[in-house]
Every structure is written in C-alpha cells, then in structure tokens.
Design a binder for this molecule. Structure first.
Ligand code: SF4
Length: 242
C-alpha cells in the first residue's frame, strides 16, 4: 500500500471519536507520507473544523493548507511583542494565499500586563508571560476546532526528536497534526523555493528560530538554532507544544 492511496480509505474509516489510540493508528499509516498527503487527509477528515497555527517564521503551512481549504483559519498568536518583519510576513501571507488569518489575542494588552505585573515581565518571569500571551490564548482559540496543525519539526529541539505526525493533544482535547515533523532544514528550503513563498527576512539575517522580539536573538553559524530563544535562561519552549 502506498501511504495514501488510502486517503479515501482513511476518511471512510475515520473514527468519529478521536483519542490517543485512534491517532496512533492513523499516525502509523501516515508517518512517512508526504506533507501534501498528510494535508489532504487532514482537510478531508476535519474540513473547516481544522485550524492551522503559524508563527510566520515561514509561510509553508498557510500555503500548504490554503491550497486545499480556501479560507482556512490560520491562527497567529498576537503577543504584542513580535518583530515588525514577522508582522509584515503575516500581511504578505494573507494577501498571497486564500486563508483567514485569525489574530489570537491575550486577555490583556501589553500595557495592561505592565500595569498589573510590572514592565518587561518577559525578562523576570518568561513562563508567566508566555502563559498569558501564548498558552492561554491558544487554548481558548482551539476550543472551537477538532484538529490543529503546527509547523513543529523533530530537528527543532531534542524535546521534539520523537514527535509524531498525528497525535492526540490531551492538553487541548483535540487532534494535533505536524505535517512537516520529519522535514530537514533543506526540505524547508526546497519547498519555499519551489513555490516562491513569502519569507520572513529575519531568517536570512541570522534568526533561524523566531519568536517574540525581546526573547529572540541572532544565532552564530554552527550554534544550536534554538539557542537564540530565551537566551541566558533554561527556558526552551513557550509551553504550547506539550
Ligand atoms: Fe513573553 Fe517572551 Fe514568551 Fe513572548 S516569548 S510571550 S515576550 S516571555
């Protein structure tokens, strides 16, 4: 069987109740499928109950899913601390692809957070800042969906080395799909070039992993790409990928 002759077959066999076991079964069948095949399956299975998360470090997922589900919701965590280049990339993606960018907002503006917790909370307590500006807003945003798609890859970090392509996200209570989980940096480059995608210019300027501006620094050649995130602390993840 080829991985996804099978899309129709999989959809026909689509369990009505998703859980860790059903996700593991589908993962076993799709783990080595192409990102395009995984996206086909995801759209056929979940339709508009699917959300795509994008940090706008690149525009691969908005392209991949916009081509299959016009108007697909693309969730962007609007922390209030992004680089202007990232916000510009979001605008370019919204113009280039048939997607609906959903800006996921924290409960408080940066000013309100400053007033309650003091200025620059990220420098004193990044976990609380990430919780309020990323983790909690995402959890509320995902409540209306049956599945979400992320651009997380195994090469991103040792903590992601065994990350499945399809898994049950117990934390949020829905299916989590990582269609480019197995991609190398080279495959990322090939896809972007082949499709002429809008790029976040910061990547070429030495930012291989881009988050909020105060918590992201340039990385020297040969350094761990993630070492520019929360540099100088032991924090390595914002908390949305548990
Ligand atoms: Fe706050 Fe930094 Fe987390 Fe952004 S990455 S939410 S600024 S701690």
């Amino acid at each position: 069987m080829n991985a996804v002759t099978t899309t129709a077959e999989l959809v026909a066999a689509n369990p009505t109740t998703w859980n860790a076991i059903t996700c593991a079964e589908v993962n076993a069948r799709l783990e080595n499928a192409s990102a395009e095949e995984i996206a086909d399956w995801a759209v056929a299975t979940f339709g508009t109950k699917l959300a795509v998360a994008s940090s706008m470090q690149d525009t691969i997922l908005p392209h991949l899913f916009g081509a299959r589900l016009a108007g697909v919701d693309v969730l962007f965590l609007e922390t209030g601390y992004h680089f202007k280049e990232t916000l510009e990339t979001r605008e370019r993606a919204a113009k280039a692809f048939p997607i609906t960018v959903v800006n996921v907002m924290p409960r408080q503006t940066v000013e309100e957070q400053d007033a309650e917790f003091g200025k620059d909370l990220f420098a004193r307590d990044p976990n609380t800042c990430c919780f309020m500006r990323k983790v909690d807003p995402l959890a509320r945003a995902l409540a209306g969906y049956d599945a979400w798609v992320t651009g997380a890859r195994r090469v991103d970090a040792v903590t992601r080395a065994n990350m499945p392509v399809i898994t049950w996200d117990d934390n949020h209570g829905l299916v989590k799909i990582n269609p480019i989980a197995l991609w190398s940096d080279f495959q990322v480059e090939i896809y972007q070039t082949a499709h002429g995608l809008p790029r976040n210019p910061l990547v070429a300027r030495g930012y291989p992993s881009i988050g909020c501006e105060p918590c992201t620094r340039k990385v020297a050649a040969g350094e761990d790409p993630r070492s520019g995130r929360w540099a100088g602390t032991d924090k390595t993840e914002c908390g949305i990928h548990k």
